[in-house]
Design a protein around this ligand. Structure first.
Ligand code: SF4
Ligand code: SF4
Length: 157
């Protein structure tokens, strides 16, 4: 435990570091304000969650299943995503579709987010463009493991 002069020295050092960051950032923000280009930009603090930084176009967020025009999932239960998934976190059960043009559909489709590593292989492998990771949903905290298993209802929402 730091005591006496050591404590004062540690406090002064901390205050100096904070002040240095403050003035350096203010300097670069002032340059930007006057349109002067500098090697770096001042740090920006985003008051999350009220304000959010836009996600990159290729960012992989929570999965979704793309619906057809009639609202049914576009998935034809080909199992390619299940096969390619390195975390073995996709479960698909196939059923017969009454539409003769479709023939097969998924009666159960689940993504277990407790195991998913968000690699995006499932999206790349899907021949029907039925699964995407473009929802922009990145807050995935849940109170139980069961809540992290996304079924068709949630994926189609
Ligand atoms: S993102 Fe990767 S780990 Fe997650 S479900 Fe798709 S293939 Fe599996
Ligand atoms: S989401 Fe795509 S790859 Fe996965 S089972 Fe359905 S159609 Fe096949």
């Amino acid at each position: 435990m730091i005591k006496g002069w050591g404590l004062l020295w540690a406090l002064a050092k901390g205050a100096w570091i904070t002040a240095r960051h403050f003035f350096v950032n203010m300097f670069f923000h002032t340059l930007a304000l006057f349109g002067i280009k500098a090697k770096r930009r001042g740090a920006v603090t985003i008051p999350y969650p009220e304000k959010r930084k836009p996600l990159a176009v290729r960012h992989r967020s929570l999965h979704r299943i793309v619906p057809r025009a009639d609202g049914k999932p576009r998935c034809v239960a080909c199992m390619l995503c299940v096969t390619v998934c390195p975390s073995e976190c996709i479960t698909v059960e196939a059923a017969e579709d009454p539409d003769p043009d479709v023939q097969k559909c998924a009666s159960r489709f689940e993504v277990d987010l407790t195991r998913c590593c968000f690699c995006g292989f499932c999206v790349e492998a899907c021949p029907e463009d039925a699964i995407r990771m473009d929802t922009g949903i990145i807050e995935l905290a849940a109170r139980s493991r069961e809540d992290l298993v996304c079924g068709l209802d949630r994926l189609l929402r």
